[in-house]
Write a protein that binds this ligand. Structure first.
Ligand code: SF4
Length: 116
């Protein structure tokens, strides 16, 4: 991923983090649920439970050898700039079912920060 795409993705995710919309929050919750079961996620615990989830560069998927991207899931999980921002493509089904499917059931549309 190049720097431009990274910056656009962070801006998109941060915007959706600070200005929350129900449809995006629903997708975020589904993405987060997937991350919670992923070997690349790093969880930071607080006194009342988990406080953050990061797609950690310290972790490697045992099947593919792919490392985490280092992104905070609070931001990344709300970003729609990249068609597939998950390094392991685990969010693919969420994309297809929730935000990418056209009415004619053809290929998912490219997601942009101009949605919604
Ligand atoms: S690889 Fe995908 S599912 Fe796993 S922690 Fe990173 S963003 Fe989440």
């Amino acid at each position: 991923m190049n720097l431009y795409k990274t910056i656009r993705g962070v801006i998109d995710g941060a915007g959706n983090y600070f200005f929350r919309k129900p449809d995006i929050e629903a997708i975020f919750e589904e993405r987060l649920a997937i991350c919670k079961t992923c070997p690349l996620v790093k969880v930071t615990e607080g006194p009342d439970g988990p406080v953050s989830y990061v797609c950690s560069t310290e972790n490697t998927d045992p099947e593919t050898g792919i490392k985490g991207c280092g992104c905070d899931i609070d931001i990344k999980g709300r970003s729609f700039f990249e068609p597939q921002p998950c390094p392991l493509a685990r969010w693919e089904e969420v994309h297809k079912e929730k935000i990418g499917k056209k009415k004619d059931n053809k290929e998912p549309e490219v997601f942009t920060s101009k949605r919604g």
